[in-house]
Design a protein around this ligand. Sequence first.
Ligand SMILES: O=C1O[C@H](COP(=O)(O)O)[C@@H](O)[C@H](O)[C@H]1O
Length: 221
Amino acid sequence: MQDERTRLAQALAEAVAEALREDLAQQSRALLVVSGGSTPVPFFEALAGRELDWSRVDITLADERWVASDHKDSNEQLVRKHLLTGPAAAASYHTLTTADDAPEAGVHEVSERIAALSWPASAVILGMGGDGHTASLFPDSPQLEEGLTTEAVALAVHAPSVSQGRISLSRHRLIQARRHFLHIAGDDKRAMFARAFGGEDARELPIRAFLGEAIALYWAP
Ligand SMILES: O=C1O[C@H](COP(=O)(O)O)[C@@H](O)[C@H](O)[C@H]1O
């Protein structure tokens, strides 16, 4: 099982590295949007070693927990530890947090920072939680409707199912990419993906809001 996840991570890393190389041949900078959580670690490690001109790559996250960057739940910490190493250490990372106490206070500054990057992104890699959430667009969040419909770059998010406030890029912003990938692992995620694929209501399973786009599924047991 672990071998299959490692192979999957390597295949995804090669596809994303190739996307970045292709775009960097045509433009001065390329943007990569990655997800947090636990699934991306082997992908980050595989991608970090790929040879390309990382000094012209900007990296940001699809979503972040509103915690300090050295907090164990910080997605940024995950990126710094597992992706911004080796050749990829030359990339520029753009944080989704500020020094403010709450995401509502920081969302404007974050949105301006992220809007200034080279959109459309070369690649957006989404994850999916066991409840069908993606980025921080949670089915039980009062901000879900806003996240699915706003044309703003990002929004502050709270949900009963998660303890920390969050910031998430909006659906509108996340679909602004040349390539989309969905990276998931495990039989429970496959079953959730099949359920999502078989229905339409993104308010029930937010990942559905991205399945109408061309999205490459990377799954391993
Ligand atoms: O909370 C989050 O969850 C999803 C899925 O994470 P995983 O650990 O089940 O892979 C992730 O895509 C998102 O970025 C993260 O903040």
